[in-house]
Design a protein around this ligand. Sequence first.
Ligand code: PMP
Length: 390
Amino acid sequence: MSLSDKLSQQVSQVPRSGIRDFFELVQGRDDVISLGVGEPDFATPWHIREAVIYSLGQGKTSYTSNLGLPSLREAIGEHVRNEFGVGYDAESEIIVTVGVSEALDLAFRALLNPGDEVVYHEPCYVSYSPSIVMAYGKAVPVATRAKNRFALMAADVEAALTDRTKVLVLNFPTNPTGGVMSETELAKVAKLCIERDLIVVSDEIYSELRYAPERAHPTIIQQPGMRERTVFLHGFSKAFAMTGFRLGYACAPAELTEAMMKIHQYSMLCAPISSQVAAIEALENGAASVEKMRLAYERRRSMVLHRLETMGIPCYAPGGTFYVFPDIRGTGLTSREFAVKLLEEENVAVVPGDAFGPSGEGFVRCCFGANPDDLKVAMERMSAFVDRTC
Ligand code: PMP
């Protein structure tokens, strides 16, 4: 019997993540400094961990309502209203999910019929295209460029639209580029979405991690007419350093939330209660911890940008996230050659830009969420590598 004949075609056609493949090379090597994984080096702030420990002591170990604890949904509603200026009803328009990862999957599965097209900007988070394909959609990438600060140009979106386009995915600030959108360009994209009757899935996971002079953060839901056609996704992994808690949420008009809830109810049931308790504490008392970590990333970002400049490697100063996406074309190497040689010769792991889609070729992603001492040594090693190579 051949098991490959038995597998779902939808799953078989999806490639493994390029990040995973690359990190198999990293495994088994000693003394590697990894700037590869998109994760803060901070542990979750202590007051959040303590709230969970206390709740476990109290015996809070049950299921919750499918949509999530009512008090968490209230806290999310308040947070989104205060930070993004848009209100959602805690009873019918907010669903708590297992990370933004699950929220993305729910949004695509709730919206797509076979063959519906989803436009997204690229280079992008590695999950978008596979999640769209596994929901029977067609993934349609639109390239963004360093000269436009990796913002999405409305004209490029327009050129990619067809009669089958149903959804546009936005992720600003962007993983892996750190790109941000200006209010003017965002307004053009919003106008186009209304004209062409598109739904927007807006992945806001890096929203809190923005740096001067890009501190203002225009988002698509604030644009006139967009709240009713936007699924707003956010979570706790990045800003609160809570990757292991696996907690996120989606806010959307009630009909869409109900559709996502049906999938979530039958596949996940609910997000873990301990993580929901952690999220309440994060939203109620975590702002100072987030700001402390953001300032630390801002210092690391300046150091990394300065070092890259000294190496003669061009790099857009990211408006947000904890990634830089330097342009390594001047070295004469492809993204993959650069990453493999840097690993083999200097024991520093970065992610080849093509792991984020073909338009990431010529770039690599370095995460400055890493430990600052490691980051300094990694930059010294990269500098020695570039000197030797160029
Ligand atoms: N969206 C983006 C843009 C991401 O970078 C990530 C994680 N790297 C996710 C979603 C998934 O995050 P979570 O941990 O909330 O599932």
